[in-house]
Design a protein. Structure first.
Length: 266
């Protein structure tokens, strides 16, 4: 039986599946931004959703890409950004997760994601998910082979309100089994008026996260998922403030972070 043939997911004039900034850098920090874009491939017809809905937090992490770009520029560090919305396929979800290609998000139904064929799901994985993950993995492989110290930072943002949940934190440093880097950041983030979350409102889990468990934990790299509350990232001034806060913190802790990274065994 011949495999099912589908039209290309992306046209030649559409943006690529992912973007790499400073890909040749040997800087200590490597940044990833898994929910960087709210773009939907034209062939998917906006997944049946109005543009104003896609541009909310269900479609991407508001402000995260702009912040990640500023951090990468500050340290001349590598940065990997997804090119398309998490509604098409979520690049920070395991493929077996219900959230990989969501049929509902924050109470909003994404009917176009229901009843997809195996071929349609595989196409999204092959075009958008795997190339992004493979690019990150290849970069980390090259660094490891050359003994380049590496600390992995995943940059995200979270909505300030969620049904039935109060979220007073301004920033969350999240982790799973390895708290070393997150603990440093939590202990040393001393900006007045900023409430720091320790795995709050999100913690990293194998069932719901990909970047930290796969690219960080499995390699033994110091790692952290950084979540910033979206209402503090909604304009250029807010993004610049967070860039200043985090750049100062990361720079001040760089010797301690480098020491963690140099203890990683091949």
């Amino acid at each position: 039986m011949n495999p099912v043939s589908l039209p290309p997911l992306l046209s030649a004039d559409e943006p690529p599946a992912f973007e790499v900034v400073n890909g040749d850098s040997d800087a200590l920090f490597v940044f990833v931004c898994d929910h960087a874009s709210h773009l939907i491939p034209r062939r998917l017809g906006q997944l049946g959703l109005p543009d104003d809905v896609i541009q909310t937090h269900i479609g991407w992490d508001i402000g995260a890409a702009a912040l990640a770009r500023q951090l990468a520029a500050a340290f001349q560090a590598p940065l990997f950004l997804t090119g398309y919305s998490r509604l098409v396929i979520d690049c920070n979800r395991p493929l077996a997760s219900d959230g990989s290609i969501p049929s509902i998000s924050a109470g909003i139904s994404i009917d176009a994601n229901r009843n997809l064929s195996a071929a349609e799901m595989r196409q999204r994985q092959d075009v958008l998910f795997h190339p992004y993950q493979q690019a990150i993995a290849a970069h980390l492989d090259r660094r490891q082979a050359r003994g380049v110290p590496t600390a992995l930072f995943a940059i995200h943002s979270f909505t300030p309100d969620y049904p039935g949940e109060v979220r007073p934190w301004h920033v969350d440093f999240a982790y799973h089994r390895d708290r070393r880097l997150a603990g440093l950041l939590i202990d040393q983030f001393l900006v007045p008026g900023i409430l720091v979350g320790d795995n709050l409102p999100y913690a990293v889990e194998d069932e719901s996260d990909y970047a930290i468990p796969i690219h960080g934990e499995k390699r033994g790299l110091p790692h952290v998922l950084v979540e910033i509350r979206q209402d503090t990232l909604r304009d250029d001034a807010g993004i610049a403030r967070w860039s200043t806060h985090l750049t100062s913190l990361f720079d001040r802790l760089a010797p301690a972070i480098r020491a963690l990274a140099q203890n990683v065994k091949d």
